[in-house]
Design a binder for this molecule. Structure first.
Ligand code: PHE
Length: 415
């Protein structure tokens, strides 16, 4: 495991106005068909910004290629959808600026899932049946990708999840792909870091029983931590949306763990950190990628300082791809990209490469081309789609310092 010098990311997270503007748009029932995720408060979305803008009116041949995106643009996991959408739109903007696909521009249509699985299914149905998209990008949360993936599979339209890590998302669905690693690996990464770097022999777990992601990652962590000689001293559950974690945290405190693994999403993780510190629990908390949001520190405040989580990327990682992406994203949006933004960008680029190589954009042909993705140099690592339609990639571990994730380690997948 490579341990890096610890540095702060250069620029501050700005543009809170952007979040406010986007939340307003989405809250007002705006479908965001053509608006890029930019523009200050009160700026009306310009029509067809993604399809090139200036130039002659497109002929029917040159009509834009439609790509669907379903995402939590509002709700408890809103930063997941918002960041992913920005990453996707940045990729599409670059593709279009470079001439698109055989003279055709790409257009993204985004629907809000509000972080709910029923909405996720509806969004994918609508993208496919009424907008007639050629492919679907999304979702972030595994539970929502399971719902949306069922629809994509039923209609034979390829779907790429940028960031859902639960193994079941792609299982038995030949139309469904992902560009991220899966949780058996992520569980290994966190367990290894807890055992080797934190030297923890005793761990407690506090997981979200309502999220397939959280439950699956809990299982994997426990399996690996025990296999590495560690002991699980408490295994407690909550449900998404819970506000009070004191009963579980009291049990955990009494069990005396050296680390507490909380494989949930950022809203609950931030609240759990706060409540844990109030109860006098001082040991480090660890999370998985679900912690990745600027809202983690906004909610967790000082309580989250020093805690660790595994992720797909860190903005201060010393690689050329990361540096280039971070600077492009910062000039486009005025903020530092999180892992979701990087994965959204990578998923859109992988899809576009497949479109270039596919004999046609028909579902089966396009899916076959996505399946052939090999050694794509993404921001989040080198992406090769394997026989399970997943990507085997390295993971990073970051530590919260000064309210920001700072790169600590990169862990390669076992060969
Ligand atoms: N991996 C999480 C899931 O499957 C989603 C996620 C990915 C969240 C990356 C944050 C960052 O539910």
């Amino acid at each position: 495991m490579a341990i890096a010098l610890q540095r702060r990311p250069g620029l501050a997270h700005l543009a809170r106005g952007l979040f406010a503007a986007l939340a307003l748009m989405a809250g007002a029932g705006c479908e965001d068909r053509s608006a890029p995720a930019t523009g200050g408060p009160g700026v009306a979305p310009a029509a067809n910004t993604d399809a090139g803008g200036a130039g002659p009116a497109p002929t029917s041949d040159a009509a834009p290629i439609k790509v669907g995106h379903y995402a939590s643009m509002t709700g408890k996991e809103a930063t997941f959808g918002q960041s992913t959408d920005r990453g996707i739109r940045l990729a599409i903007k670059e593709i279009n600026a470079a001439g698109g696909l055989n003279g055709r521009q790409l257009e993204v249509i985004t629907y809000d899932t509000k972080g709910e699985s029923k909405e996720a299914g509806n969004a994918v149905t609508r993208l496919i049946t009424s907008d007639k998209v050629t492919a679907v990008l999304g979702e972030v949360a595994s539970g929502l990708s399971l719902a949306g993936g069922a629809v994509a599979q039923q209609y034979g339209v390829p779907m790429i999840s940028p960031s859902s890590t639960n193994p079941k998302v792609t299982l038995g669905r030949d139309m469904v792909f992902r560009v991220c690693f899966i949780d058996p690996f992520q569980g290994f990464v966190v367990a290894k870091f807890a055992r080797e770097n934190l030297k923890a022999g005793k761990a407690a777990v506090l997981f979200d029983q309502a999220q397939p992601y959280s439950k699956g990652l809990r299982d994997e962590f426990i399996k690996h931590f025990q296999a590495m000689g560690g002991t699980i001293v408490a295994d407690e559950a909550f449900s998404s949306g819970d506000q009070d974690f004191s009963a579980q945290l009291n049990t955990i405190r009494a069990a005396g763990p050296e680390v507490i693994f909380v494989p949930g999403y950022y809203t609950e993780a931030g609240n759990i950190a706060q409540q844990a510190r109030k109860l006098g629990i001082t040991v480090p908390l660890m999370g998985g990628d679900g912690w990745d949001s600027e809202q983690l520190a906004a909610i967790g405040q000082d309580a989250i300082e020093g805690c660790y989580y595994s992720n797909h990327y860190a903005p201060d990682q010393p690689s050329e791809e990361v540096r280039t992406f971070v600077s492009k994203y910062q000039s486009e949006y005025g903020q530092t990209p999180d892992g979701l933004a990087a994965l959204g960008y990578d998923a859109a680029k992988v899809l576009f490469e497949a479109m270039k190589h596919a004999p046609s954009l028909e579902g089966k042909a396009l899916a076959a081309a996505v399946a052939q993705t090999k050694d794509h140099r993404g921001v989040t690592g080198i992406i090769t789609i394997d026989q399970n339609r997943d990507a085997t990639k390295s993971a990073v571990v970051v530590q919260m310092k000064g309210g920001k994730p700072v790169w600590v380690a990169t862990v390669e997948p076992p060969k």
